[in-house]
Write a protein that binds this ligand. Structure first.
Ligand code: FAD
Length: 467
């Protein structure tokens, strides 16, 4: 029997996609990575995922797991050899259980993040992971990349939100680790190894996740700032004033919101003057509207008096708050439409942020005059999408010609500032050659040994994370 016939036996003929049906799964979200594959399969259960992996393992065929395909590092795209099978997770999309007393929800890994957020809300809870791709990214993809997003400051990233996993291993056997325990010190933590492993150690088919109470009130403000130094000062003050009520603190270079307005003119910037930087500040309060608003206004008042903020707009209602967040969340799409860009997803300790930005901006402008600096990101977590783009003075061709030099310069500076070259997007294919430049040899060696132990045939997402 051919491989495709064996796969059709497991998932059904209509769930084996080839030819035109396969094409959308061969390219990444930004059209920056394109690969080839024998087919894509859509299993409908964990048992079917297991069956597919067993067949592929027996044939020595690579399995590339793809969920929402919103990876920004080419992580879910097959290479160009053409022998891979793409495993699509979209049919595994059910809630398995919601345990109100334990404050947990167990879901299939193909559930879209936004649908999980809605299901939690309907049950009176909050599932706090939130990111601009939430309408299409899936829980398995969020787990495999240890996704972060806009509320890490308060709730942590996907690893912090996860208690248990179900995983199909490289030999097709199923590991049932769907535990809802907040304490479990029974040896090595396999769960935390699979989280963030980008489809290279196993296929996550379900997860037990933490739920939180819905906050009684939220306050959101957009701030106009003259410098990153002031943005850091506001963060320091907000941390002190709000403690765990501080749920979001996002930084955006002025050019980013100009680009959003240019691409989506219906989205208005709420200030007449154009500041150099904007920050989006949000708190969530357990007591209620009045309490939240009083805390918020007191802190912002102090910040004004200290000269940290030039101007501020406080959202008066949920719609206005959503509009402010919509501006922030449209930046990635606007950059993709307006310019050619190189994305960097760096993190440095917040205390090193001013120095990192000043030094990197200056060095880039000196070496590549006219290059557009369009930095934004989760300043509260020390994580910036330090993106650079083409401009009238620095063409898309110039940008691509200097791709490696720019990439290395930014990453070298992040590293020199005690930072990381991938804060939340992962390594995927795009950063595979960058990783050895910055990881300690010992760390890389241990990672390679883990990979060999979990996937001795190297069939799970080869060419990603490690060579
Ligand atoms: C507009 C936009 C905004 C974004 N904002 C953020 C952000 O704020 N924070 C952030 O962290 N990321 C962000 N991202 C990156 C991306 O959305 C996230 O990394 C997301 O978690 C990926 O989920 P996905 O379902 O699309 O996964 P995919 O892109 O399909 O896959 C990502 C990786 O996970 C592997 N994988 C997928 N599913 C599984 C599974 N079930 N088991 C094992 N491996 C699997 C794939 O092989 C691949 O290596 C953004 C992306 C876009 C396009």
């Amino acid at each position: 029997m051919t491989l495709l016939a064996s796969l059709a036996d497991i998932v059904g003929q209509k769930n084996v996609l080839t030819g035109e049906e396969l094409a959308p799964y061969l390219t990444d979200w930004r059209n920056m990575a394109t690969g080839k594959a024998q087919c894509a399969v859509r299993p409908g259960s964990t048992a079917e995922v297991s069956g597919v992996v067993k067949v592929c393992a027996a044939a020595g065929v690579p399995v590339v797991t793809q969920s929402g395909n919103t990876s920004l590092v080419g992580g879910a795209t097959p290479d160009d050899k053409g022998n891979a099978v793409i495993l699509l997770m979209s049919r595994l999309n059910k809630i398995r259980a919601l345990d109100a007393d334990n404050a947990t929800i167990t879901v299939d890994a193909g559930m879209i993040l936004q649908n999980l957020q809605a299901a939690a809300r309907d049950a009176g809870f909050l599932f706090p992971l939130s990111l601009a791709a939430e309408g299409s990214c899936m829980i398995g993809g969020n787990l495999a990349t240890n996704a972060g997003g806009t509320q890490v400051l308060r709730y942590g990233n996907m690893r912090d939100l996860t208690l248990g996993l179900e995983v199909v291993c490289a030999d097709g056997e199923i590991w049932d680790g769907l535990r809802g325990l907040r304490k479990d010190n029974t040896g090595y933590d396999l769960r935390d190894l699979f989280i963030g492993s980008e489809g290279t150690l196993g296929i996550i088919t379900a997860a037990t996740l933490k739920l939180f109470p819905q906050p009684a009130a939220k306050c959101t403000a957009m701030l106009a700032l003259s410098s990153v130094e002031n943005a850091v000062a506001v963060l320091r003050r907000a941390r002190k004033a709000f403690d765990t009520a501080l749920t979001g603190y996002e930084l955006m270079a002025g050019v980013c919101l100009d680009m959003v307005h240019q691409c989506f003119p219906q989205q208005k910037i709420p200030f007449a003057d154009k500041p150099a930087w904007y920050a989006l500040l949000e708190i969530s309060d357990a007591e209620g509207e009045e309490h939240a608003r009083a805390m918020f206004e007191a802190m912002l008042g102090e910040s004004f008096e200290a000269g940290e903020i030039d101007d501020a707009v406080i959202a008066e209602n949920l719609t206005q708050s959503k509009d402010l967040w919509h501006l922030r969340e449209s930046i990635t799409l606007a950059q993709a439409q307006a310019v050619k860009s190189i994305k960097h997803d760096i993190s440095v300790p917040v205390s090193n942020m001013v120095s990192f930005i000043e030094k990197t901006d200056a060095e880039l402008q000196e070496k590549f005059p006219g290059l557009l600096n369009m930095t934004f990101g989760h300043l509260g977590d020390g994580n910036l999408h330090y993106n650079v783009g083409s401009s009238e003075r620095f063409s898309g061709d110039d940008l691509m010609k200097n791709y490696d030099a720019i990439y290395n310069l930014v990453h070298d500076n992040a590293h020199a500032h005690q930072g990381s070259i991938s804060a939340e997007h992962g390594i995927g294919a795009f950063k595979i050659d960058e990783l050895p430049r910055y990881k300690q040899a010992r760390e890389l060696d241990l990672m390679k040994r883990i990979k060999a132990a979990f996937d001795p045939l190297n069939i799970l997402n080869p060419g990603k994370v490690l060579r």
